[in-house]
Design a protein around this ligand. Structure first.
Ligand SMILES: C[S@@+](CC[C@H](N)C(=O)[O-])C[C@H]1O[C@@H](n2cnc3c(N)ncnc32)[C@H](O)[C@@H]1O
Length: 333
Protein backbone atom coordinates (compact mmCIF):
# COMPACT_ATOMS: atom_id res chain seq x y z
CA UNK A 1 0.00 0.00 0.00
CA UNK A 2 1.47 3.33 -1.01
CA UNK A 3 1.62 6.05 1.65
CA UNK A 4 2.20 9.66 0.63
CA UNK A 5 4.48 11.56 2.95
CA UNK A 6 2.49 12.82 5.92
CA UNK A 7 3.37 14.97 8.88
CA UNK A 8 2.61 12.97 12.02
CA UNK A 9 2.59 14.88 15.31
CA UNK A 10 6.21 15.83 16.08
CA UNK A 11 7.46 15.77 19.64
CA UNK A 12 8.84 19.29 19.43
CA UNK A 13 5.52 20.70 18.19
CA UNK A 14 3.63 18.77 20.90
CA UNK A 15 6.01 20.04 23.59
CA UNK A 16 5.82 23.64 22.34
CA UNK A 17 1.99 23.51 22.29
CA UNK A 18 1.81 21.98 25.77
CA UNK A 19 4.18 24.56 27.21
CA UNK A 20 2.36 27.46 25.54
CA UNK A 21 -1.09 26.22 26.61
CA UNK A 22 -0.08 25.60 30.22
CA UNK A 23 1.75 28.93 30.50
CA UNK A 24 -1.44 30.94 29.94
CA UNK A 25 -2.12 33.20 32.90
CA UNK A 26 -5.91 33.22 32.83
CA UNK A 27 -7.27 29.92 31.46
CA UNK A 28 -4.77 27.10 30.86
CA UNK A 29 -5.57 24.98 27.83
CA UNK A 30 -4.43 22.04 25.70
CA UNK A 31 -5.40 21.35 22.07
CA UNK A 32 -8.06 18.67 21.72
CA UNK A 33 -6.22 17.11 18.76
CA UNK A 34 -3.74 15.70 21.30
CA UNK A 35 -6.47 13.63 22.99
CA UNK A 36 -6.04 10.98 20.27
CA UNK A 37 -2.93 8.91 21.01
CA UNK A 38 -3.37 5.12 20.74
CA UNK A 39 -5.19 4.85 24.08
CA UNK A 40 -7.21 8.02 23.45
CA UNK A 41 -8.32 6.65 20.08
CA UNK A 42 -9.45 3.37 21.70
CA UNK A 43 -11.28 5.26 24.45
CA UNK A 44 -13.03 7.50 21.90
CA UNK A 45 -14.24 4.42 20.01
CA UNK A 46 -15.65 3.02 23.26
CA UNK A 47 -17.39 6.36 23.95
CA UNK A 48 -19.20 6.11 20.61
CA UNK A 49 -20.86 2.91 21.91
CA UNK A 50 -22.19 4.49 25.11
CA UNK A 51 -25.99 4.67 25.34
CA UNK A 52 -25.65 8.34 26.41
CA UNK A 53 -23.54 9.31 23.36
CA UNK A 54 -26.12 9.39 20.57
CA UNK A 55 -24.02 11.50 18.20
CA UNK A 56 -22.24 8.68 16.34
CA UNK A 57 -25.41 6.61 15.95
CA UNK A 58 -27.22 9.66 14.51
CA UNK A 59 -24.38 10.26 12.02
CA UNK A 60 -24.50 6.57 11.01
CA UNK A 61 -28.30 6.58 10.61
CA UNK A 62 -28.06 9.55 8.25
CA UNK A 63 -25.29 7.89 6.23
CA UNK A 64 -27.28 4.66 5.98
CA UNK A 65 -30.37 6.57 4.90
CA UNK A 66 -28.67 8.72 2.26
CA UNK A 67 -25.73 6.66 0.96
CA UNK A 68 -27.42 5.83 -2.37
CA UNK A 69 -28.61 9.40 -2.87
CA UNK A 70 -25.09 10.67 -2.15
CA UNK A 71 -23.73 8.93 -5.23
CA UNK A 72 -26.18 10.98 -7.38
CA UNK A 73 -24.63 14.20 -6.08
CA UNK A 74 -21.09 13.14 -6.99
CA UNK A 75 -20.57 13.14 -10.76
CA UNK A 76 -17.42 11.51 -12.19
CA UNK A 77 -16.17 10.75 -8.68
CA UNK A 78 -12.63 9.36 -8.36
CA UNK A 79 -11.55 10.26 -4.81
CA UNK A 80 -13.09 10.26 -1.34
CA UNK A 81 -11.11 12.06 1.37
CA UNK A 82 -12.17 11.68 4.99
CA UNK A 83 -10.77 14.30 7.37
CA UNK A 84 -10.19 12.92 10.88
CA UNK A 85 -11.48 9.55 9.79
CA UNK A 86 -11.10 7.80 13.14
CA UNK A 87 -12.18 4.22 12.48
CA UNK A 88 -13.54 3.47 9.01
CA UNK A 89 -17.01 2.77 10.37
CA UNK A 90 -18.67 5.73 8.68
CA UNK A 91 -16.88 5.43 5.34
CA UNK A 92 -17.81 1.73 5.40
CA UNK A 93 -21.50 2.73 5.15
CA UNK A 94 -21.10 4.74 1.95
CA UNK A 95 -18.04 3.53 0.02
CA UNK A 96 -19.70 0.29 -1.22
CA UNK A 97 -22.40 2.45 -2.88
CA UNK A 98 -19.97 5.00 -4.33
CA UNK A 99 -17.62 2.39 -5.79
CA UNK A 100 -20.45 1.00 -7.92
CA UNK A 101 -19.99 3.91 -10.34
CA UNK A 102 -16.30 3.09 -10.97
CA UNK A 103 -12.92 2.59 -9.29
CA UNK A 104 -12.39 4.85 -6.33
CA UNK A 105 -9.48 6.04 -4.18
CA UNK A 106 -10.23 6.52 -0.48
CA UNK A 107 -7.82 8.72 1.52
CA UNK A 108 -8.47 8.74 5.26
CA UNK A 109 -6.56 11.65 6.83
CA UNK A 110 -5.84 11.49 10.55
CA UNK A 111 -3.13 12.54 12.98
CA UNK A 112 -3.61 9.26 14.83
CA UNK A 113 -1.71 6.33 13.31
CA UNK A 114 -3.83 3.97 15.46
CA UNK A 115 -7.04 5.39 13.95
CA UNK A 116 -5.67 5.03 10.41
CA UNK A 117 -4.66 1.39 10.97
CA UNK A 118 -8.12 0.58 12.27
CA UNK A 119 -9.72 2.52 9.40
CA UNK A 120 -7.77 0.62 6.72
CA UNK A 121 -8.76 -2.72 8.33
CA UNK A 122 -12.42 -1.64 8.28
CA UNK A 123 -12.61 -0.93 4.55
CA UNK A 124 -9.89 -2.99 2.85
CA UNK A 125 -12.25 -5.72 1.64
CA UNK A 126 -14.30 -3.35 -0.55
CA UNK A 127 -13.77 -4.39 -4.17
CA UNK A 128 -12.60 -1.64 -6.54
CA UNK A 129 -11.35 0.56 -3.70
CA UNK A 130 -7.76 1.80 -3.50
CA UNK A 131 -6.89 3.00 0.01
CA UNK A 132 -4.22 5.63 0.65
CA UNK A 133 -4.04 6.54 4.36
CA UNK A 134 -2.48 9.90 5.13
CA UNK A 135 -1.08 10.51 8.62
CA UNK A 136 -1.29 14.26 8.72
CA UNK A 137 -3.33 17.24 9.87
CA UNK A 138 -6.60 17.98 8.06
CA UNK A 139 -5.65 20.61 5.50
CA UNK A 140 -2.14 19.40 4.79
CA UNK A 141 -3.55 15.86 4.32
CA UNK A 142 -6.32 17.18 2.06
CA UNK A 143 -3.70 18.99 -0.05
CA UNK A 144 -1.74 15.71 -0.50
CA UNK A 145 -4.92 13.79 -1.36
CA UNK A 146 -6.13 16.35 -3.89
CA UNK A 147 -2.81 16.10 -5.75
CA UNK A 148 -3.40 12.37 -6.24
CA UNK A 149 -6.67 12.70 -8.11
CA UNK A 150 -6.89 12.58 -11.90
CA UNK A 151 -7.82 15.70 -13.87
CA UNK A 152 -11.48 16.06 -14.83
CA UNK A 153 -12.68 13.87 -11.94
CA UNK A 154 -14.39 14.96 -8.77
CA UNK A 155 -13.66 14.54 -5.10
CA UNK A 156 -15.95 13.99 -2.12
CA UNK A 157 -14.64 15.27 1.22
CA UNK A 158 -16.16 13.85 4.40
CA UNK A 159 -15.88 15.79 7.66
CA UNK A 160 -18.14 13.88 10.00
CA UNK A 161 -18.76 13.35 13.71
CA UNK A 162 -19.17 17.11 14.28
CA UNK A 163 -15.38 17.53 14.46
CA UNK A 164 -15.92 21.04 13.09
CA UNK A 165 -17.51 21.77 16.48
CA UNK A 166 -14.06 21.49 18.07
CA UNK A 167 -13.11 24.83 16.46
CA UNK A 168 -14.21 28.23 17.77
CA UNK A 169 -16.64 29.79 15.22
CA UNK A 170 -14.13 32.11 13.45
CA UNK A 171 -11.65 29.23 13.18
CA UNK A 172 -14.40 26.93 11.86
CA UNK A 173 -15.01 29.43 9.03
CA UNK A 174 -11.31 29.75 8.33
CA UNK A 175 -11.16 25.97 8.24
CA UNK A 176 -14.00 25.73 5.69
CA UNK A 177 -12.29 28.39 3.57
CA UNK A 178 -9.05 26.37 3.72
CA UNK A 179 -10.94 23.23 2.62
CA UNK A 180 -12.62 25.17 -0.15
CA UNK A 181 -9.25 26.38 -1.47
CA UNK A 182 -8.24 22.75 -2.04
CA UNK A 183 -11.44 21.90 -3.97
CA UNK A 184 -12.43 22.32 -7.61
CA UNK A 185 -15.74 22.91 -9.28
CA UNK A 186 -17.86 19.74 -9.01
CA UNK A 187 -16.35 18.64 -5.68
CA UNK A 188 -18.63 18.06 -2.70
CA UNK A 189 -18.12 18.39 1.07
CA UNK A 190 -20.34 16.36 3.40
CA UNK A 191 -20.29 18.06 6.79
CA UNK A 192 -21.65 16.38 9.94
CA UNK A 193 -22.68 18.67 12.81
CA UNK A 194 -24.27 18.03 16.18
CA UNK A 195 -27.30 20.24 16.80
CA UNK A 196 -28.44 22.20 19.84
CA UNK A 197 -30.61 19.89 21.91
CA UNK A 198 -32.04 19.28 25.37
CA UNK A 199 -29.47 20.24 28.02
CA UNK A 200 -29.75 16.99 30.03
CA UNK A 201 -29.21 14.98 26.83
CA UNK A 202 -26.08 16.98 25.95
CA UNK A 203 -24.58 16.88 29.45
CA UNK A 204 -25.17 13.13 29.85
CA UNK A 205 -23.25 12.49 26.61
CA UNK A 206 -20.10 14.08 28.06
CA UNK A 207 -20.53 12.92 31.70
CA UNK A 208 -21.18 9.21 31.26
CA UNK A 209 -21.64 7.15 34.43
CA UNK A 210 -19.04 4.57 33.33
CA UNK A 211 -16.39 7.28 33.35
CA UNK A 212 -15.15 6.65 29.79
CA UNK A 213 -15.20 10.34 28.87
CA UNK A 214 -13.35 11.12 32.10
CA UNK A 215 -10.69 8.52 31.19
CA UNK A 216 -10.46 9.94 27.64
CA UNK A 217 -9.92 13.43 29.05
CA UNK A 218 -7.45 12.39 31.81
CA UNK A 219 -5.44 10.30 29.33
CA UNK A 220 -4.17 13.55 27.82
CA UNK A 221 -2.17 14.11 31.01
CA UNK A 222 -0.79 10.55 30.81
CA UNK A 223 0.18 11.18 27.20
CA UNK A 224 2.13 14.24 28.32
CA UNK A 225 3.79 12.13 31.05
CA UNK A 226 4.74 9.40 28.56
CA UNK A 227 5.89 11.61 25.70
CA UNK A 228 7.38 14.59 27.52
CA UNK A 229 8.55 13.10 30.83
CA UNK A 230 6.00 15.03 32.94
CA UNK A 231 4.79 13.96 36.39
CA UNK A 232 1.03 14.59 36.34
CA UNK A 233 -0.78 12.47 38.95
CA UNK A 234 -4.17 11.88 37.29
CA UNK A 235 -5.73 11.11 40.70
CA UNK A 236 -5.19 14.79 41.50
CA UNK A 237 -7.51 15.84 38.63
CA UNK A 238 -11.16 15.36 37.82
CA UNK A 239 -13.04 15.49 34.55
CA UNK A 240 -15.59 18.24 34.14
CA UNK A 241 -17.97 18.83 31.22
CA UNK A 242 -20.06 22.01 31.32
CA UNK A 243 -22.42 23.54 28.79
CA UNK A 244 -21.86 27.18 27.91
CA UNK A 245 -25.38 28.22 26.90
CA UNK A 246 -24.43 31.60 25.41
CA UNK A 247 -21.75 30.10 23.17
CA UNK A 248 -23.64 26.83 22.42
CA UNK A 249 -20.73 24.63 23.41
CA UNK A 250 -19.73 21.81 25.71
CA UNK A 251 -16.41 22.57 27.38
CA UNK A 252 -14.30 19.73 28.70
CA UNK A 253 -11.94 20.66 31.52
CA UNK A 254 -9.57 18.91 33.92
CA UNK A 255 -10.02 20.35 37.40
CA UNK A 256 -7.10 20.30 39.82
CA UNK A 257 -8.14 18.79 43.17
CA UNK A 258 -5.31 20.48 45.08
CA UNK A 259 -2.64 23.17 44.85
CA UNK A 260 0.13 21.45 42.89
CA UNK A 261 3.31 21.99 40.90
CA UNK A 262 3.95 19.73 37.89
CA UNK A 263 7.26 19.34 36.05
CA UNK A 264 7.22 18.79 32.32
CA UNK A 265 10.59 17.52 31.14
CA UNK A 266 13.55 19.47 32.41
CA UNK A 267 13.31 23.12 33.32
CA UNK A 268 9.55 23.67 32.90
CA UNK A 269 7.00 23.64 35.71
CA UNK A 270 3.31 24.44 35.89
CA UNK A 271 1.60 25.66 39.04
CA UNK A 272 -2.08 24.87 39.48
CA UNK A 273 -4.29 26.07 42.30
CA UNK A 274 -7.02 23.90 43.81
CA UNK A 275 -10.10 24.09 41.50
CA UNK A 276 -8.16 25.70 38.65
CA UNK A 277 -8.92 23.96 35.35
CA UNK A 278 -7.15 23.06 32.13
CA UNK A 279 -9.54 23.44 29.17
CA UNK A 280 -9.08 20.47 26.84
CA UNK A 281 -11.93 20.50 24.31
CA UNK A 282 -14.86 22.52 23.01
CA UNK A 283 -17.76 20.87 21.18
CA UNK A 284 -19.96 23.54 19.63
CA UNK A 285 -23.59 22.69 18.91
CA UNK A 286 -25.31 24.25 15.91
CA UNK A 287 -28.71 25.28 14.60
CA UNK A 288 -29.41 24.14 11.01
CA UNK A 289 -29.52 27.71 9.71
CA UNK A 290 -26.16 28.51 11.39
CA UNK A 291 -24.55 25.71 9.39
CA UNK A 292 -26.00 27.05 6.15
CA UNK A 293 -24.91 30.63 6.81
CA UNK A 294 -21.41 29.59 7.99
CA UNK A 295 -21.06 27.53 4.81
CA UNK A 296 -22.21 30.41 2.61
CA UNK A 297 -19.75 32.83 4.24
CA UNK A 298 -16.98 30.28 3.55
CA UNK A 299 -17.68 29.91 -0.17
CA UNK A 300 -20.07 26.94 -0.20
CA UNK A 301 -23.73 26.54 -1.00
CA UNK A 302 -25.74 24.07 1.04
CA UNK A 303 -27.53 21.90 -1.52
CA UNK A 304 -29.10 19.43 0.89
CA UNK A 305 -29.40 19.09 4.63
CA UNK A 306 -30.47 15.86 6.33
CA UNK A 307 -31.48 15.87 9.98
CA UNK A 308 -31.77 13.02 12.46
CA UNK A 309 -34.76 13.63 14.72
CA UNK A 310 -33.95 10.99 17.35
CA UNK A 311 -30.64 12.68 18.25
CA UNK A 312 -30.73 16.13 16.62
CA UNK A 313 -27.79 16.00 14.22
CA UNK A 314 -27.35 17.34 10.67
CA UNK A 315 -25.44 16.34 7.61
CA UNK A 316 -25.07 19.14 5.09
CA UNK A 317 -24.07 18.63 1.49
CA UNK A 318 -21.96 21.58 0.39
CA UNK A 319 -20.73 22.64 -3.04
CA UNK A 320 -18.22 25.36 -3.73
CA UNK A 321 -19.30 28.80 -4.90
CA UNK A 322 -17.18 31.90 -5.35
CA UNK A 323 -15.84 33.68 -2.28
CA UNK A 324 -16.78 37.32 -1.77
CA UNK A 325 -13.79 39.54 -1.07
CA UNK A 326 -10.34 38.40 -0.13
CA UNK A 327 -10.91 35.70 2.46
CA UNK A 328 -7.89 33.51 2.70
CA UNK A 329 -7.49 30.57 5.02
CA UNK A 330 -4.49 31.94 6.91
CA UNK A 331 -2.56 29.48 9.03
CA UNK A 332 -5.15 26.73 9.36
CA UNK A 333 -3.66 23.21 9.15
C1 LIG B 1 -13.93 13.00 17.33
S1 LIG B 1 -12.90 11.92 16.39
C2 LIG B 1 -14.02 11.65 15.06
C3 LIG B 1 -13.74 10.41 14.28
C4 LIG B 1 -14.73 10.12 13.16
N1 LIG B 1 -14.66 11.15 12.11
C5 LIG B 1 -16.13 10.05 13.66
O1 LIG B 1 -16.97 10.80 13.15
O2 LIG B 1 -16.43 9.24 14.55
C6 LIG B 1 -11.72 13.01 15.68
C7 LIG B 1 -10.64 12.33 14.85
O3 LIG B 1 -9.93 13.38 14.17
C8 LIG B 1 -8.54 13.24 14.40
N2 LIG B 1 -8.00 14.61 14.45
C9 LIG B 1 -8.20 15.56 15.41
N3 LIG B 1 -7.60 16.72 15.08
C10 LIG B 1 -7.00 16.51 13.88
C11 LIG B 1 -6.25 17.33 12.99
N4 LIG B 1 -6.00 18.61 13.27
N5 LIG B 1 -5.81 16.79 11.83
C12 LIG B 1 -6.07 15.48 11.52
N6 LIG B 1 -6.78 14.65 12.34
C13 LIG B 1 -7.25 15.15 13.48
C14 LIG B 1 -8.39 12.48 15.69
O4 LIG B 1 -7.16 11.79 15.74
C15 LIG B 1 -9.60 11.56 15.65
O5 LIG B 1 -9.34 10.32 15.04
Amino acid sequence: MSRPPGHPVSLTEFEADVRAGLSKADQKELYSKYLYDDLGTALFEAITLLPEYGLTRADLRLLDGHARELSNWCVNLSTVVELGSGSGEKARRILPHLVKTGPLTYCPVDLSGAALNRCVRDVDDITGLKIIPIEDSYISGLASASKLRKAETSMLVLFLGSSIGNFDPPVAEQFLIAVREKLKSGDVLLLGTDLVKDLDQILAAYNDPLGLTAAFNLNLLLRINRALGANFDVRQFEHEARYNLADQRIEMHLRSKSDQVISIGSGFTVTLKKDETIWTESSYKFRPEQIRSMSERSGFSCEAQWIDEEWPFAQSLLRITSLHGDRRAGLIE
